[in-house]
Design a binder for this molecule. Structure first.
Ligand code: MTE
Length: 336
């Protein structure tokens, strides 16, 4: 519980941001009934769902999409993982681009409304047969959209269950036609300090970068989310395009993607650049490997408030453990 109150992704030196996370924990306590009660309205009086309804998202007509029966629920190993209500997930966000360094993290969703979503392009370049540029609406029209319910586990030890809409990343890898020399995908997110107040903080190595191996990106679980709860993604959840990688800690699931570069060099992520000791490349959910500052043995569901054991690969070992079976060490002592 102590950890949940204030320990976050924040490098220890960044005390101001730690306060923000502390405030977010209090907000969470209110939402889940863990702290001061939230008797109707209160924190959510200015509803982010309403804010979303006010927008004319040009992709709105595409939703809801068909449910992929293989991912119609997130239940596993006799555990039930109820879908977390959207009124919670829509305000409980990590999106450092929209952290001002002041106020509380519950204002992230409000700050994120400043992000323009059109025009929005996705570039695919590097070690591919031919670089590609997609206008987001052309990409959405070309891809096989479906809904999948996934568990989502943050390295901070909170967890939620989310009905994403989107398409398998493998479908995009196929279109990109990577050269056989390409071993990794480097994901880059938007950089627009004019609208993203957090990007005016020069101590952060913007833009947000993440990486996967080509084998990981080709696994069926790796998903590009474009919507959630049967609607387009709200801005604070990564619109118009984000990753959803349910077997890895949430920081791997980069939001607001604008570029994917195929490369033979292991990408160095945003969090690795900030604090390599705490955030590694692999970041596979593993109850046995503690974060340097807290245990990962259990997690707290932010919808129900329930504490439960963390599962290896967040419950997805059957689908992904094989990706790592030939490796005795991943060269990453934190998240083997
Ligand atoms: N993507 C970008 N571009 N910037 C971020 O700060 N935070 C990550 C990830 N993707 C982040 C990001 C972290 S730490 C988590 S836990 C998830 O987004 C949170 O996703 P959610 O807010 O939709 O729950």
């Amino acid at each position: 519980m102590k950890r949940l109150r204030f320990k976050g992704l924040i490098p220890e030196a960044q005390v101001t941001d730690a306060k923000i996370v502390l405030n977010r924990r209090r907000a969470l306590g209110a939402l889940t009934g863990l702290g001061a009660g939230l008797a109707g309205g209160g924190l959510l009086a200015a509803s982010p769902v309403k804010a979303k309804e006010g927008q004319a998202d040009p992709s709105a007509h595409l939703y809801p999409v068909r449910v992929n029966p293989a991912y119609a629920s997130a239940d596993v190993a006799g555990q039930t993982y109820p879908v977390t209500p959207s009124r919670i997930t829509a305000v409980y966000n990590n999106y450092y681009e929209f952290f001002s360094g002041f106020g509380t993290s519950k204002s992230i969703w409000k700050q994120a409304q400043a992000l323009p979503l059109r025009p929005w392009r996705l570039e695919i370049d590097g070690m591919v047969e031919k670089p590609l540029t997609f206008e987001i609406d052309d990409l959405l029209a070309a891809m096989p959209l479906e809904e999948r319910i996934y568990r989502h586990r943050c390295v901070e030890t909170w967890a939620m269950t989310v009905p994403w809409s989107g398409f398998p990343l493998a479908a995009l890898v196929k279109r990109a036609a990577p050269l056989s020399s390409a071993k990794y995908l480097r994901f880059e997110t938007f950089n627009n300090p004019e609208v993203a107040i957090g990007q005016r903080e020069t101590r952060y190595p913007w833009p947000y970068i993440e990486g996967l191996t080509v084998a990981e990106a080709s696994n069926d679980l790796a998903f590009m989310a474009t919507g959630v709860y049967g609607q387009p993604l709200p801005k604070q959840m990564g619109a118009p395009l984000r990753l959803a990688l349910p077997w890895k800690y949430g920081f791997k699931s980069a939001k607001g993607l604008v570029r994917i570069t195929f490369t033979d060099k292991q990408p160095v992520s945003f969090w690795e650049q900030l604090n390599r000791r705490e955030y590694g490349f692999w970041a596979n959910v593993n109850p046995e490997i503690p974060h340097p500052r807290w245990s990962q043995a259990s997690e707290q569901d932010i919808g129900t408030g329930e504490r439960r054991p963390t599962l290896p690969y967040n419950g997805y070992a059957e689908q992904v453990a094989g990706l790592y079976s030939d490796k005795t060490s991943l060269g990453d002592r934190l998240f083997r």
